[in-house]
Design a protein around this ligand. Structure first.
Ligand code: ZN
Length: 344
């Protein structure tokens, strides 16, 4: 078995190949795995390929893939042939995101590819439960010692108090988060605090899709881009679910001036509180990431006790270097840098 970083991640056997979160859908491979539907894990092209290989992912990911890329996957809960079995376990990153478990049938060895992953049980998300494997392909978004985060529950409690206080004072609030993942988490966690709720276009569409997938979210009104003022012309305070943007966002700046809007950011970057608030033009910020923080990455490694670790994405080089210092067999798996290594 070989693992290389070419079409995002390729796992090849004697006569078959699996693509993990591929950038290009290759009709010739045996199977594909899609961990979740963030764009950095999806194909670059929206052109439908002639043949879509059997694709292992959750039904929710298949639906969100279709929403974002425009065609349907050949979705399977698992896939196997004579050489491998490809299965999934919950990843805890976004609604029904998954981690890949690949069993090499020749020797029973297990490869785990985390995709993007989170260990914590958060709201409706079941955290990833690591298990023993031989090779771990581990995301390294926060693979730096500086990124150790407080518990989600703790940050959610503080944010809830702040939002409630602002609403009580008659100030509307904008909660900033990516349209897929964070926006649903914020809706689920804080939607009950105000009955007057609005979402921007991308977030509103994701809300409808997630509701169809069975997620119980609070209904929001779609805020049309050219109708901000008429739609929000109410005396009551409101909650606005807004994209994770920056201080340069003209709409937010306008709403802030006109309604004394309070802007609240939610991100792992909020670890550097003042810097993040300045960058986002935010009045308050909470450290809330959909990815594993540094300590959680170490926990995943400990609990899966792999013989070999490939770090991918984000701080892959930094994390691998730290792990090597601990005597672990870790290397970064980087695009264009083939790690052609037969280790089984
Ligand atoms: Zn992601």
């Amino acid at each position: 078995m070989k693992i290389i970083c070419k079409n995002r991640i390729n796992v090849s056997f004697e006569s078959s190949e699996i693509l993990l979160d591929p950038q290009i859908v290759d009709s010739k491979v045996s199977s594909m795995f899609v961990s979740h539907a963030h764009y950095d894990h999806l194909p670059r092209s929206k052109k439908k390929p002639s043949i879509i290989p059997p694709t292992v992912c959750s039904k929710a990911t298949a639906r969100l893939f279709q929403e974002r890329i425009g065609y349907s996957l050949n979705q399977h809960d698992y896939w196997e042939n004579d050489e491998f079995k490809l299965e999934t376990v919950p990843g805890g990153h976004t609604f029904d995101s998954t981690v890949a478990k690949i069993t090499n049938k020749e020797n029973g060895n297990i490869v785990v590819y985390t995709g993007d992953v989170n260990l914590e049980d958060r709201a409706y998300l079941t955290g990833f439960k690591p298990f023993k494997c031989n090779t771990l392909i581990l995301e390294a978004t926060w693979g730096d010692k500086d990124y150790r985060f407080p518990a989600f529950e703790h940050q959610a409690k503080l944010a809830r108090e702040y939002i409630q206080k602002q609403l009580n004072q008659g100030n509307p609030v904008a909660l900033l988060g990516y349209s897929l993942g964070k926006a649903q988490l914020l809706n689920f966690s804080f939607g009950d605090l105000c009955e007057e709720r609005y979402s921007t276009n991308a977030i509103w569409h994701m809300e409808q899709t997630h509701k169809e997938l069975g997620l119980d979210l609070y209904s929001t009104k779609l805020l049309a881009k050219d109708k901000f003022d008429t739609d929000l012309g109410t005396n009551k305070p409101w909650i606005l679910f807004y994209n994770h943007t920056s201080a340069r966002d003209k709409t937010l700046a306008h709403l802030k001036r006109k309604y004394n809007l309070k802007i609240i950011g939610f991100s792992g970057w909020a670890k550097n509180q003042e810097q993040y608030k300045y960058r986002m033009g935010a009045d308050a910020a909470y450290v809330m990431s959909d990815h594993s923080d540094y300590n959680s990455l170490l926990k995943i490694i400990k609990q899966s006790s792999p013989e070999k670790i490939f770090t991918v994405f984000g701080k892959a080089t930094e994390l691998a270097r730290e792990l090597q210092k601990e005597g672990l067999n870790a290397v970064p798996l980087k695009q264009g840098q083939s790690t052609l290594e037969s280790f089984f």
